[in-house]
Write a protein that binds this ligand. Structure first.
Ligand SMILES: Cc1cc2nc3c(=O)[nH]c(=O)nc-3n(C[C@H](O)[C@H](O)[C@H](O)COP(=O)(O)O)c2cc1C
Length: 174
């Protein structure tokens, strides 16, 4: 059976090493477009993005995180924010940002790009805003580092499904 969504979900890996090849602007726009088609509470679409390809800015951002080698290797970054002025519920707006991120990761996979969700940089979110010249009404959620994968040797594991299902209530338990 042709299951492109399942294939992207299962084959996607966090990619942290990239060739030096730039990522075309139209591909970045397709990825952000997938992000904005994520669901959000009340359809408030609280996400905002800064697309960075400039080397000097990437070097400044790299200094804000232990994931510096990834940021330096990635030819493109999508910095993801919530606009606190349009937020209505902290938990739900953060969940919307996560859905947006996953849409972008899966689209990068579909386009043959590699990507990784960088969160450690949040410890320096004020400095990130200063580098990007954004006021603090924009709350940093993550940096998506993107590029053409240097290799696809990454492996990842998940615990067995049964570890996560607390109960099954009802149904015929076949
Ligand atoms: C909220 C969040 C924060 C993350 N932060 C980082 C990070 O700062 N640096 C990094 O290299 N990977 C980061 N990752 C990627 C995870 O390490 C990765 O998704 C996990 O190890 C599973 O591997 P996989 O994505 O290949 O399945 C983050 C992922 C998430 C969802």
């Amino acid at each position: 059976m042709n299951e492109p969504v399942q294939d992207a979900i299962r084959n996607r890996r966090s990619i942290r090493e990239f060739t030096g090849e730039p990522v075309a602007a139209d591909l970045l726009r397709r990825i952000v477009t997938a992000g904005i088609w994520a669901p959000s509470g009340l359809n408030n679409q609280p996400w905002r993005f800064v697309i960075v390809r400039d080397r000097e800015i990437r070097e400044q951002l790299a200094r804000q995180t232990t994931s510096a080698p990834v940021i330096l290797a990635a030819p493109a970054l999508i910095v993801v924010y919530l606009d606190t002025r349009v937020m209505y519920n902290a938990v739900k707006d953060h969940q919307s940002a996560g859905a947006c991120m996953q849409n972008m990761l899966l689209t990068a996979e579909e386009l043959g790009l590699g990507a990784v969700w960088l969160g450690q940089i949040l410890q320096n979110k004020d400095q990130v805003n200063a580098i990007l010249q954004l006021e603090n009404t924009y709350d940093l959620m993550a940096v998506l580092a993107l590029g053409h994968p240097l290799h696809r040797n990454q492996r990842s594991q998940r615990k067995p499904l049964a570890d996560f299902i607390l109960k099954e209530i009802g149904g015929n338990q076949e």
